[in-house]
Design a protein around this ligand. Structure first.
Ligand code: ATP
Length: 417
């Protein structure tokens, strides 16, 4: 395992896009991995004449975090790279701290990149991170997707997140930094047994006796990533064959659906519910399996803010009225985070669900060609208690409801699950 500068640089370069983005960001926590990334990228950036920018997120959770950000800033300055510290003050004491801090970190980094016209951000994940993730996911009985390798590149709000060091090990990078005379910060939470990642790191060091190393687990993750791709393709082909997107609802041919392998049915249901409800977390596997049974036996059911309704040879997956019952917005504002309802100037107009009251005011809801429950959760225009338009329920009255473009592509959601 080599750690000389030239080899590491060319390994890193091989996992970056060609040509490099003109403005490239680097997320540096100050730990060994991202510090090595910064140092190596400084050379590459100079050779290829691109502009580099570095950022550190200060989560404000430990007393040393501000001075750690300053240490990174000093190194960046020595390397001639502009550096910014992004502060997070958002923790409300509720929920999973690690998870919230991580989400906030990505949000802050993406906003920073957007503001600076940075096209891509490089992150310092290594083969060890990959292996630790696989071990942690094993403990949660993950399936193919959960055990698959992290993507070397993915888009978040138009910014590409790059992980060019997934083939390098932490030990290699540390040897390199030591040779360069560059120190790094050992996050004290790394010693803290509370965090699953740290436990996985410790456990991994005992597994090499039976041949399980960061390298082998990384390879397993790569193998599974290829399997995931194949499954995603199968799922997408099945959706194209058996499902119809109808104004934000989905209709499945039940007979064809039932003939699919369970894994593909599961994926279709998860993607459908994620697409319709826009949830951050997928529904639990057990709940999904119960829904598969309900679909097969032609029963109505609910899952993750959606309702599944059998109708003839089909099953519909639609937004559930209960999930949007209390949502009220102004025209042209986003409703249910996906619909924008616009129309003629109407004083006092508000958007809320059509609901039972609204559907009674339609001449004949059957003309919309959808089950009644599907129509109840569609956005309608109300003026002082009267429903004046329900553009997705066949009563447009010069109003229209358009889906927010980022949410419109059901096929893209399938590929991301
Ligand atoms: N405080 C931080 N400031 C800037 N970048 C950070 C910070 N913490 C982590 N990073 C970036 O993320 C990379 C991975 O670190 P870590 O594994 O701790 O993050 P993570 O976000 O939990 O990863 P994952 O995406 O696997 O959940 C680091 O190498 C670095 O590039």
């Amino acid at each position: 395992m080599t750690s000389d500068a030239d080899t590491l640089r060319s390994e890193l370069r091989a996992h970056l896009p060609d040509p490099l983005p003109r403005r490239l960001g680097v997320a540096v926590s100050g730990g060994s991995d991202s510090t090595a990334l910064l140092r190596l990228l400084a050379d590459i950036g100079q050779q290829e004449q691109i502009e580099l920018f570095a950022a550190t997120v200060d989560h404000g959770l430990r007393s040393e975090s501000a001075s750690e950000a300053l240490t990174v800033s000093a190194l960046a300055q020595r390397l001639g790279i502009p550096h910014e510290t992004l502060n997070w003050q958002g923790w409300d004491g509720a929920g999973n701290l690690q998870d919230q801090a991580r989400r906030a970190r990505y949000r802050l980094l993406v906003a920073w990149a957007e503001a600076k016209g940075i096209e891509a951000i490089a992150l310092g994940h290594t083969a060890d991170d990959q292996a630790e993730t696989v071990l942690m996911r094993l403990a949660r009985s993950a399936g193919v997707s959960g055990l698959s390798a992290m993507a070397p590149a993915r888009k978040e709000h138009g910014i590409t997140l790059l992980r060019p060091m997934l083939a390098l090990s932490r030990a290699q990078l540390r040897t390199y930094l030591t040779a360069q005379g560059i120190s790094w910060i050992d996050d004290p939470s790394n010693q803290d047994q509370r965090f699953d990642r740290i436990k996985a790191r410790r456990a991994l060091s005992g597994l090499d006796q039976i041949g399980i190393t960061a390298e082998t687990l990384s390879r397993v993750a790569d193998n599974l990533a290829q399997a995931r791709e194949a499954l995603a393709q199968y799922t997408q082909d099945s959706a194209a064959r058996l499902m119809r997107v109808m104004d934000g609802d989905l209709r499945i041919d039940r007979h064809g659906f039932d003939a699919l392998p369970k894994e593909i049915r599961r994926r279709l249901v998860v993607a459908s519910v994620s697409w319709i409800a826009g949830a951050e977390y997928p529904p639990r596997r057990k709940a999904v399996d119960q829904v598969l049974e309900a679909i097969s036996s032609g029963q109505a059911t609910t899952l993750g803010g959606c309702i599944l309704i059998p109708e003839g040879k089909n099953t519909w997956i639609c937004r559930e009225l209960n999930a949007v019952r209390h949502e009220t917005t102004q025209p042209a504002e986003l409703w249910d985070r996906r619909w924008r309802v616009t129309g003629p100037e109407a004083l006092g107009a508000e958007i809320h669900a059509l609901g039972e009251d609204g559907i009674l005011q339609l001449e004949d809801w059957r003309l919309a060609g959808k089950p009644r429950a599907a129509l109840l959760s569609t956005p309608a225009v109300w003026v002082r208690g009267s429903m004046v338009a329900a553009p997705l329920a066949g009563f447009a009255n010069d109003w229209k409801a358009e889906m927010r473009s980022e949410r419109a592509d059901f096929a893209a959601v399938i590929l991301s699950h």
